[in-house]
Design a protein around this ligand. Structure first.
Ligand SMILES: *[C@@H]1O[C@H](CO)[C@@H](O)[C@H](O)[C@H]1NC(C)=O
Ligand SMILES: *[C@@H]1O[C@H](CO)[C@@H](O)[C@H](O)[C@H]1NC(C)=O
Length: 531
C-alpha cells in the first residue's frame, strides 16, 4: 500500500493530467482524422481492411466502416468514432466529414494551446464561430420541394454526390436514378424496409436495376402453377408437423410396423386438419416461415393453393409489410386474420437463379420495390450495397427536410466567410479562436483538392477570393479534368442541408468535448484475486 495521503487511485491506475492529457487527446483525434481524410470526396482513396482474427479482407472508402473496424486505444479517438457513429445512425452519411472537421478543429486548437491561449477561451471562440457558421449555412440553403422537377433534380444531385465518393462512382448517374426512384416511391416515409436490396453475383454493376414489387429468394411448391393472379396471401409462421406426435413417437417402443403406420396416419391426419383450417381463410397463396413438408404441400396443390415454405424471418416480415397482411400463427378465426394482397405472383429469373416476385400491391404496398444489384464479386456487391444504403438513407431524410446546400467545398467556404466577418467584431484572444475555426473549415476544400491530386493551395485561395467577393455558389469541380472553380448549382453538386448542419454542429461539439479534457484516467483491467 502506498502511504501517499493524496493518492486516491489504486496503484495500477494511471492518470494523465492537464497539458499531458490534453496533448494525448489532440494526438489521438488528429491521428483518426488523418487516417480517414484521404478517403474524403469523389477522388478519395479506398482502404483495405483486413480482419486480424479471420484474415477477411474488405475494400472500402466509407469512413464509418473504417472507423468501426479499427480497434482504438486512445480515449479521444474513441470519442470521434462515437460521433461518426451517431452521424451514421441519424443522417446516414457524412461520417468522414464529421471526423475530419473535428480533427482539424483540434489541430488548430492545439496550435492555440501552444500559444498559451486557455482552452476555455478557445471553446468560447469556437462556440461563437460555430453559431455564425450554422447561420450562414441556413441562409444559403435552398428549398425546392414545391417544384417537382427541381426537387427531383436536387435529389438526384445529392444521390450523385453521396455515391461519387464510393465504389459506384463510375455508374453513379444510373444508381442515383435508382435511389431517387426508390425513395420517391416511399411517399414521404423514411422506412427503408420497403426497399429491398438483393445481391446477385455475376454480371456488371451497370446491369443492376430497380424492380417494382417485392422479390423473395425461395421456390414455389412442386407441381404448382408458376404464376398466380389476384393473390390472396396468408403469411404465417407455424410448424406444419405436430411436435407432440414426433416426441410421443420417438419415446414409444414401436413394436410392429402396424403401430408405426398408425402413428404416421395420425400425424398425417393432424396435418390435414391444419391444412383445412388454413384453407378456410379463402386464400390462394400460403407462405410459411417454417417448412411445409411434402404431404401438406400436396394438399395445397390439390386445393389450387400456391405454397411457399421456409421463407426467412426478414422475408416474411417485409412480405407482410408490403402486401398489407399480418403474420399469423393460429388459424382458428379466419375472419380476424388480415390477408396480404397483390396482383401477380410469378417466378422470375435473375442471373442463374429462379426467385419469386410479388407485384401490384395496393396502397401502402405500392411503396415497395426491390433493387437488384449485380456485380463481379461478393465484396464489390457488399460495398455497393453499403454505398447505396447511404444514399437511400440520405435521400429519405431529404424528402423530409428538403433544403439543400452546395458541395465541392462551397458550403464550407461560405461558412468560413461568415466566421471571418464575425472575427472582425471580436476583440482579444477569442478572435484568434474564431479565426482558427474558419481555418479549420477551409481545410475541407483543401483536403478535397489534395485527394483529387490538384494544386490545393492555389485552388483554395482562388475559391476563397471568389466566395468572399460574393460569388456564393462557387466550388471546386473535382471530376472534370482541369475543372478548376465552377458554379456548383450549375454543375449539380448538391448536398443535404441537414447532413451538412449535423457535420458542423457535431464536429464543433466533439472538439469542445475534447478541449475540456484535462484528465485521463486509465484503469488497468481488474486482476483476479490470488487464492
Ligand atoms: C457515444 O456517446 C453517447 C453520448 O455521449 C453515449 O450515450 C453512447 O453510449 C456512446 N456510444 C459509444 C458506442 O461509445
Ligand atoms: C419547403 O417548402 C415546402 C413547400 O413550399 C414547405 O411545405 C416546407 O415547409 C419547406 N420546408 C422548409 C424546411 O422550409
Amino acid at each position: 500500500m502506498s502511504n501517499n495521503p493524496t493518492q486516491i487511485f489504486a496503484d495500477d491506475v494511471q492518470e494523465e493530467k492537464g497539458e499531458n492529457a490534453r496533448l494525448s487527446a489532440f494526438v489521438g483525434a488528429i491521428a483518426v482524422g488523418d487516417l480517414v481524410k484521404s478517403t474524403l470526396g469523389p477522388k478519395g482513396m479506398d482502404k483495405i481492411l483486413q480482419s486480424a482474427s479471420t484474415g477477411e479482407i474488405m475494400v472500402t472508402n466509407d469512413g464509418a466502416t473504417i472507423l468501426k473496424s479499427i480497434a482504438l486505444d486512445n480515449a479521444a479517438a474513441k470519442v470521434l468514432v462515437n460521433i461518426s457513429k451517431v452521424q451514421d445512425d441519424e443522417v446516414g452519411d457524412g461520417t468522414t466529414s464529421v471526423t475530419v472537421l473535428a480533427a482539424e478543429l483540434l489541430r488548430e486548437a492545439e496550435k492555440l494551446v501552444n500559444q498559451k491561449i486557455h482552452p476555455q477561451t478557445i471553446i468560447e471562440g469556437y462556440r461563437l464561430a460555430a453559431s455564425a457558421a450554422l447561420q450562414a449555412l441556413e441562409k444559403s440553403a435552398v428549398n425546392n420541394s414545391k417544384n417537382k422537377d427541381e426537387f427531383r433534380k436536387d435529389l438526384s444531385a445529392i444521390a450523385r454526390t453521396t455515391l461519387s465518393s464510393k465504389v459506384l462512382a463510375q455508374d453513379r448517374t444510373q444508381f442515383a436514378d435508382l435511389a431517387c426512384d426508390a425513395v420517391l416511391r416511399l411517399g414521404g416515409t423514411t422506412d427503408l424496409n420497403h426497399i429491398q436490396i438483393i445481391k446477385k453475383p455475376g454480371g456488371k454493376l451497370s446491369d443492376s436495376y430497380l424492380d417494382e414489387g417485392f422479390i423473395l429468394d425461395k421456390r414455389i411448391g412442386v407441381n404448382q402453377p408458376k404464376k398466380l393472379k389476384n393473390a390472396k396471401i396468408l403469411v404465417a409462421n407455424t410448424a406444419m408437423d405436430t411436435d407432440k406426435v414426433k416426441i410421443f413417437g420417438a419415446r414409444m417402443k414401436v413394436d410392429s410396423t402396424g403401430k408405426l403406420a398408425e402413428l404416421e396416419k395420425s400425424e398425417k391426419e393432424k396435418m390435414r386438419q391444419k391444412v383445412e383450417r388454413i384453407k378456410n381463410h379463402g386464400i390462394n397463396c400460403f407462405i410459411n416461415r417454417q417448412l411445409i413438408y411434402n404431404w401438406p404441400e400436396q394438399l395445397f396443390t390439390e386445393a389450387g393453393i400456391m405454397s411457399i415454405e421456409h421463407a426467412d424471418f426478414d422475408g416474411i416480415e417485409r412480405l407482410a409489410l408490403v402486401t398489407g397482411g399480418e403474420i399469423a400463427s393460429t388459424f382458428d378465426h379466419p375472419d380476424t386474420v388480415k390477408l396480404g394482397h397483390c396482383d401477380v405472383i410469378e417466378e422470375v429469373i435473375i442471373g442463374e437463379d429462379t426467385l419469386i416476385k410479388f407485384s401490384g400491391m395496393g396502397e401502402g404496398g405500392g411503396k415497395a420495390c426491390t433493387i437488384v444489384l449485380r456485380g463481379a464479386t461478393e465484396q464489390l456487391l457488399d460495398e455497393a450495397e453499403r454505398s447505396l444504403h447511404d444514399a437511400l438513407a440520405v435521400l429519405s431524410q431529404v424528402v423530409k427536410e428538403p433544403r439543400v446546400t452546395l458541395g465541392g467545398g462551397c458550403a464550407e467556404m461560405v461558412m468560413a466567410k461568415a466566421v471571418d466577418s464575425l472575427a472582425q467584431k471580436i476583440p482579444g484572444k477569442k478572435r484568434i479562436a474564431v479565426d482558427a475555426f474558419s481555418t479549420a473549415l477551409r481545410q475541407l476544400p483543401t483536403i478535397l483538392a489534395d485527394n483529387a491530386g490538384l494544386d490545393s493551395s492555389a485552388l483554395v485561395s482562388e475559391l476563397r477570393s471568389e466566395v468572399y467577393r460574393g460569388m456564393s455558389t462557387s466550388g471546386l469541380d473535382l471530376l472534370t479534368p482541369g475543372g478548376g472553380i465552377t458554379d456548383m448549382r450549375e454543375l449539380g453538386v448538391v448536398e443535404s442541408y441537414k447532413l451538412k448542419k449535423a457535420v458542423v454542429s457535431s464536429a464543433a461539439e466533439a472538439a469542445e468535448l475534447l478541449l475540456r479534457v484535462d484528465n485521463i484516467i486509465r484503469a488497468a483491467p481488474r486482476r483476479r484475486e490470488r487464492m
